[in-house]
Design a protein around this ligand. Structure first.
Ligand SMILES: [Zn+2]
Length: 327
């Protein structure tokens, strides 16, 4: 996305009326805040808005419409190499944001994605930007001690320090963290806006996206596994219990395709695929018990369960219901 026409960049997002109002306020310097938390559904636009706000805070000559797109800070940002921006997200098999991302610990644990701890990053002034900006994705994945350490930075920030946090599960973010951020809701677009914008989309795409622009984009970038998940969901009501393991294998192959495309972990590809399956089952009016079983499998996979067994158990459970139906 171009950074030169920022008014249209902000207005280009579908829906998000409250968030746009807040950002316009910050751009106009009506609000002086140092920490913002964007929260809302997966794919609603949180990461796009958080990047826009980060660029605004980094920009040396920001205007009422956002970052200028032309200064040294904006140029560095465009190249993806601004030393005054620190990104933190959950990584690794645990998918937690642990203490060493916030506060130096000795010895530093091995990490898939080595980063400077936030507190070390904020110790020095910005090099080429107006502020130093920390962007944290999925803030609800902070461990208790990481949250506690971040709280200190949020409570007594350096004048040049800014924080942008995002989460799709705000109830799981510790209240002490929430209370120190400006909370900005990112809601999904309403039905009318959604259908107007996506008049040409296919029915199955719209059903799986469930009004989430980010999800629709993700599906279109890699449609095959998602189409397969939708087919699985559509076929489930008519399959006999004996087909459970074969269906589970099809689902696992779809998970592999998601994982390969996103270069994500097996676990995050699996939880994504299960959320899509849950949406598909709801959209075709499958029983609420089935969607609950999908959520339970989601929780198990997110915890620590071996994917293979969790999927097998799920489809055995889903198809067991068909015995009564067929009889
Ligand atoms: Zn700029």
């Amino acid at each position: 996305m171009s950074t030169t026409s920022n008014a249209s960049e902000l207005e280009g997002y579908l829906g998000l009326h409250a968030a746009k109002r807040v950002l316009r306020g910050i751009f106009a310097r009506k609000d002086s805040v140092h920490a913002v938390m964007f929260y809302g559904e997966e794919g609603s636009g949180k990461s796009g808005l958080s990047n826009l706000l980060a660029r605004f805070w980094l920009c040396l000559e920001p205007g009422p419409e956002g970052p200028c797109g032309a200064c040294k800070a904006c140029a560095a940002q465009e190249r993806g190499s601004n030393p005054d921006l620190l990104r933190i997200r959950p990584v690794g098999s645990s998918a937690w944001i642990r203490l060493h991302k916030i506060h130096p610990v000795n010895p530093m644990p091995e990490d898939e994605e080595p980063t400077v701890p936030i507190q070390e990053f904020l110790r020095t002034m910005p090099l080429r930007s107006k502020h130093k900006v920390v962007v944290m994705e999925q803030a609800h994945r902070m461990t208790a001690d990481a949250s506690h350490a971040l709280l200190k930075s949020l409570e007594e920030p350096e004048t040049y320090a800014k924080f942008v946090l995002t989460t799709d599960q705000i109830s799981q973010v510790r209240p002490t963290i929430r209370s120190r951020c400006l909370l900005v809701p990112c809601e999904l677009p309403d039905e009318r806006e959604w259908l107007e914008r996506n008049a040409l989309a296919e029915d199955w795409e719209l059903r799986l996206a469930a009004r989430s622009p980010g999800r629709l984009q993700m599906i279109r970038e890699n449609p095959e596994p998602f189409a397969e998940i939708y087919r699985i969901a559509s076929e489930l009501p008519s399959l006999p219990p004996g087909a459970a393991l074969a269906v589970s294998d099809r689902f696992k192959r779809a998970v592999e395709q998601v994982q390969k495309h996103d270069e994500s972990s097996v676990r995050s590809a699996g939880t994504l695929a299960l959320r899509i399956l849950g949406t598909a089952l709801r959209s075709i009016g499958y029983s609420p018990a089935a969607t609950q079983a999908v959520s339970a499998a989601h929780t198990r996979i997110q915890g620590n369960a071996q994917g293979g067994y969790a999927y097998d158990a799920l489809f055995v459970r889903l198809l067991a219901d068909n015995r009564g139906r067929a009889g």
